[in-house]
Ligand binder design. Sequence first.
Ligand code: 1CP
Length: 329
Amino acid sequence: MSQSLVDALRLSPLPRPPVWIMRQAGRYLPEYRELRERHSFKEAVSTPEVAAEITLQPIRRFGLDGAVIFADIMTPLEGMGVEMTFDPGPTLRPYTLREVLELPDLDTDRVGFVAETIRRVGTEVPSETAVIGFAGAPVTLLAYLLEGGGSKDFFAMRVALRADTTAAAAALEKLAREMRVYLGMQVEAGAHVVQLFDTWAGLVDLATFESLAVPAARASLAGLDAPTIYFAPGSGHTLELQAKVGANGYGVDWRTPIMEAWARLGEVAVQGNLDPAVLLTDPATIASEVKALLNQVAGRPGHIMNLGHGIDRHTPPENVTAFVEAIRA
Ligand code: 1CP
């Protein structure tokens, strides 16, 4: 049995687009908040039974076409000896470029819980639901490593890419190599699709995006035995260059009209691009926005319904039901 998400990434014509939602397993769900009362974020991620349960919560509630594994983009760095806490975002001591270069290779045994979560989810989801693995892209991981946590503008990363380009390129290559290993582990464990999150790559200028972000993202995904998605929100200026990452599909945020983005990306699958704010409105508005998006796409093969970025934690779950029903109607 094939999964419609896989079929869409292969550009097969489908009766309706597959649908999943970035950050679908998380804080807007009361059953997630209830489980998190008993387990810290890290404990939940590293306990396959709990991580699999959280992954399955939105599948049970909404019957989505993809089940994204509950973990974090920072999780594999813990398998490279990087210590961090989550409150709620990742917090760590700021690393220098040199320290990033000297990090040990990923020890996949130390993140074997992610593979185990994938195996468990694989036995429990309906056969037509795709299991989605993921990793952070090198530029985005480097941003958190150099900054020591979240930031609005990640100046430490932007300074490093300009001031110390050779060392930065080497650090990105290293992160790419380790993320390729980490994604390979996930595919081997049964992930049907993998997504690379490059949340902060849109902060860099076009030339840096082309010379550093693209090769690092490309190397992270090269030769994987599963269809791939690359997602760099806030990166409308880079769409033509993103195509060089070589993914099967691309996530598009809500700032660029979907068909304009598609024309600039080329013959690939496109995922998105409903504004997450739409899910904070009401079922009638949601239905009309979904209809407008589907009308623009007009059944072009390779469309995957999703939001333009993660679902907001204040989203009423009933609005997600309305979103999914509008697509299936
Ligand atoms: O319960 C909590 O308090 C934890 C909140 C939370 C959750 C639910 C964090 C901390 N991470 C996650 C899970 C997560 N993160 C998933 C799996 C679940 C799903 O998608 O359903 C995924 C794919 C991510 C990916 C992720 N983590 C990204 C890329 C996606 C994006 O939104 O652009 C990023 C940038 C992170 C870092 C991170 N982890 C957590 C937070 C709050 C953040 C953002 C921190 C910041 O920059 O300030």
